[in-house]
Ligand binder design. Structure first.
Ligand SMILES: *Cc1c(COP(=O)(O)O)cnc(C)c1O
Length: 397
């Protein structure tokens, strides 16, 4: 048997091989163990399994499954963490990470530029159970310093925010949070595992919606929590095992196959995003173009320091607001109107009226989510075709 533990191998090698478990048949492609349960040779063996199942002994898919374990180990190898736990969706991962860490009376500081459902978990769920929540401007280090207290248990933020691509200084926030003993939990979807340096910069728990770049082809929902073995197996796993948010083996298999070419896809999509951001820069129909590695981005210097590349997402604001933006979206012929991201297909989203619709007006204004804002997820099509599609559609504004 070949050794598939990560060792000192590079990410692209780990993305193809890490965590593989081969059955007695020696299959080349990862097997999909589409089974919720496992059988025991004897009653005594069943008793023993329930008493002390190791990592390679399975009981029930809510607790673990060989295909899911392959995905978890491969993700941990890529992210550089000791372990990982796979969940039914990105939101199950965010919710489970927070619920398993927090109790009534604890304090959380979170950046305000958050995915709507993350805000719901904080303000509607955790607050209802007596967790004290402080929401701040995550790009303002003085605000973090003021908000963090000795009873702060968790600091939570998106490392690059959805949809306006704010970049948060992971190292500076982690240093402030660790000084009061808080756990740093980051939603790292926009950074992707390809460009992630979250662990090295001080994040303790790194969460992905694998629905996005990791699947990369819009097929399945999924999520993953990466962290220390103590946190993953001692805190997160018991929570999921008993509350039911684990990933299905089918979805884990789809995600495993997605990881094999994640790096190639993300790099190509990033190259396209860089070209699109440059092509749109200064366009007379646009009031701003946001891309972390392009001059003019509000945290441009930080983005250059913190990220090896600008990522696969671009945001731009169309002069003339909602009506002009809708004319442009409706004139696109290749780029689809949808709300997934990180997909092989390029996708344009108007966040104001869709993904962020339920945010109060003043919050949208504070976050720069204007009626004319378009979030563009750059896909795998030829960049020349995408640029032509965008420039032609912008004539319609
Ligand atoms: C999509 C997304 C989520 C939620 O993930 P699901 O898989 O849809 O549950 C959370 N955070 C960010 C930044 C996302 O883009």
């Amino acid at each position: 048997m070949k050794d598939t533990t990560p060792k000192a191998r590079k990410p692209r090698t780990n993305a193809v091989h890490a965590g593989t478990r081969r059955s007695q048949y020696g299959e080349l492609s990862e097997a999909m163990f589409l089974t919720q349960g496992f059988v025991y040779p004897t009653a005594e063996a069943a008793e023993d399994r329930f008493l002390n199942a190791g990592r390679e002994e399975f009981i029930y898919a809510r607790y673990g499954n060989p295909t899911v374990a392959m995905f978890e180990d491969r993700m941990a190898a890529l992210e550089g963490t000791e372990d990982a736990f796979a969940t039914a969706s990105g939101m199950a991962a965010v919710n489970g990470a927070m619920m398993s860490l927090l109790k009534a009376g604890d304090h959380v500081v979170a950046a305000r530029a958050l995915f709507g459902s993350c805000l719901y978990i904080l303000e509607e769920v955790l607050a209802r159970f007596g967790v004290d929540i402080t929401i701040i401007d995550g790009t303002d280090l003085a605000a973090w310093k003021t908000a963090l207290r000795p009873d702060t248990k968790v600091a939570f933020f998106e490392t690059i925010s959805n949809p306006t691509l704010e970049v948060i200084d992971i190292k500076a926030v982690a240093d402030l949070a660790h000084a009061v003993g808080a756990v740093v939990v980051v939603d790292n979807v926009f950074a992707t595992p390809t460009y992630s340096r979250a662990l090295e910069l001080g994040a303790d728990v790194i969460v992905y919606s694998t629905t996005k770049h990791i699947d990369g082809q819009g097929r399945c929902l999924g999520g993953v929590i990466c962290g220390t073995q103590e946190f993953i197996r001692g805190t997160a796993e018991p929570y999921f095992k008993h509350t039911g948010g684990s990933m299905s083996p089918f979805n884990a298999w789809v995600m495993l196959k997605g990881l094999e070419h994640l790096d190639l896809r993300v790099r190509a999509q990033t190259e396209t995003a860089t070209r699109i951001a440059a092509a749109l820069d200064g366009h007379p129909k646009l009031t701003r173009v946001l891309y972390p590695h392009q001059e003019g981005h509000p945290q441009h210097d930080l983005a250059l320091r913190q990220m090896a590349a600008g990522g696969t997402m671009v945001a731009f604001d169309i002069a003339g607001g909602r009506d002009a933006a809708y004319r442009v979206l409706n004139a696109l012929e290749i780029i689809l109107i949808s709300n997934n991201l990180g997909d092989a297909k390029s996708i344009a989203t108007p966040p104001y009226s869709t993904t962020h619709q339920r945010l109060p007006e003043e919050q949208k204004a504070a976050l720069g989510i204007t009626p004319g804002l378009v979030r563009l997820s750059c896909g795998l099509e030829d960049p020349d075709d995408l640029i032509a599609d965008l420039l032609t559609a912008l004539d319609a504004a």
